[in-house]
Ligand binder design. Structure first.
Ligand code: MLT
Length: 409
């Protein structure tokens, strides 16, 4: 008999398309059918502000260095150049009262890649817990790895522990009844746009320590926090270095969605069964990637310069102002609105009687505005809708006006 090549059958359990690809496909089709409609994209969280000049200068200077024999560089250190790891350690942690050493920081091309790949260093028998709604990467990559079990319509994957985040619990996950080994948390949250308070985060750290679980903490939106007491890093919580990994990104903070640079923190103290996760991740990364390009790492370093930091602050203020325009404008139009204070995302309740996808279609048809249906993030997202503050001020205002005119109650 012929030997048949076997594929990874777990892929067959996934939805046909990644959420944002599905949205892009629908919008493309709509545009082709309605070329006269001006589309305003408030769907995927992609930035629009140009990079700060100091960042561009650093990238250009580094590119020129690559063109001179004396300063040319080949492969860099897999986990990132010391200049960037030290700048991160100092600016994002030590100066904020948290000790994270450069050798606990792994530079990469994105928090999406890192949150999606981190599962490589964990056993496939582990029980995974995720918030519902959730950034789909955490679930989809665990499906690919075989940790998710079978998909049950209306319930989700049989082996995944879903932690509902609803209006009734302030959109904060509760400690699950079933034991979980790998707990994915994202704060400020994607998609709900809400942050977590210190006491609640401490509750998660205590749970993980008592239950020998690991928290996979996605802090990609940390730069949007405006409330002074809100934790910006899980490592502000005592004991977290023994139970948590944290993911950070320059994408939304510094406008790097098209540049690609992020980092993951794996403390040296994070040891399970006598094995250091820092060592495992280093082994994984040095085997599967050759790091991030030198000009990009110089650009990321420049984010911490005085000029670079000023430019970043201005861009963040611009997006925050957009979030305020959406929050206030939509509330005035009668929508129930959440988020947008410590996050670039605004989470709204769709009008009574419509599903999230029905609202998506109606909104596109009537206003040309693209958002993300809450149900795309999980069953508990049904009835909700996410808008981003990353478009221009003009487009944000226009979108809110059009939505107001069409749906005002
Ligand atoms: C989102 O819109 O949720 C994000 O842009 C997705 C991502 O960062 O990969």
């Amino acid at each position: 008999m012929q030997n048949l090549l076997k594929i990874n059958e777990n892929f067959a359990k996934l939805p046909a398309n990644y959420l944002f690809v599905e949205i892009a496909d629908r919008v493309k089709k709509f545009s082709e059918q309605h070329p006269e409609t001006e589309i305003i994209r408030l769907g995927i969280g992609d930035v629009t502000r140009p990079l700060p000049e100091a960042v561009v200068d650093a990238m250009a200077k580094a590119a020129r260095e690559m063109g001179e024999a004396a300063t040319f560089r080949g492969y860099g250190p897999e986990a990132g150049y010391p200049f960037l790891r030290e700048a991160i350690s100092k600016n994002d942690f030590r100066d904020r009262g948290v000790e994270i050493g450069p050798d606990e920081i792994f530079v990469s091309d994105g928090a999406k890649s890192d949150t999606g790949s981190i599962g490589d260093i964990f056993g496939t028998d582990n029980v995974v817990a995720v918030c519902d709604p959730v950034y789909p990467v955490y679930v989809d990559t665990n499906v690919m790895a075989g940790r998710a079990g079978e998909y049950v319509e209306g319930k989700g994957f049989s082996k995944i522990v879903y932690m509902p985040c609803r209006r009734e619990n302030g959109f904060l996950p509760e400690i699950p009844e079933r034991h979980a080994d790998m707990i994915y948390l994202c704060f400020p949250n994607n998609p709900t746009g809400l942050g977590i308070d210190r006491a609640s985060l401490r509750g998660w750290v205590d749970y993980a320590l008592e239950n020998h679980a690991v928290i996979l903490y996605d802090a990609a939106y940390e730069a949007f926090i405006t409330e002074p007491d809100m934790p910006r890093s899980i490592f502000e919580i005592p004991g977290a270095k023994k139970c948590a990994v944290e993911f950070r990104s320059f994408s939304k903070t510094a406008g790097f969605t098209g540049v690609r640079c992020a980092y993951t923190i794996i403390p040296k103290e994070l040891v399970f069964g006598g094995v250091s996760l820092n060592r495992l991740w280093n082994r994984r990364q040095s085997t599967k990637m050759n790091g991030v390009s030198y000009p990009v790492q110089r650009a990321a370093e420049a984010v911490y310069s005085e000029e670079g930091a000023r430019g970043v602050r201005e861009n963040l203020a611009y997006y925050r102002a957009n979030a305020k325009i959406m929050r206030e404008g939509l509330a005035k139009a009668g929508f129930e609105v959440y988020g947008g204070v410590n996050s670039p995302y605004v989470w709204l309740k769709v009008p009574e009687g419509l599903t999230s996808w029905e609202f998506f279609d109606l909104l596109l048809e009537k206003t040309g505005v693209v958002g993300t249906p809450g149900s795309g993030f999980g069953a508990c997202g049904e009835g909700y809708f996410r808008l981003t503050s990353f478009n221009t001020k003009e487009n944000t205002q226009k979108a809110v006006e059009r939505i107001g005119k069409t749906f005002a109650t």
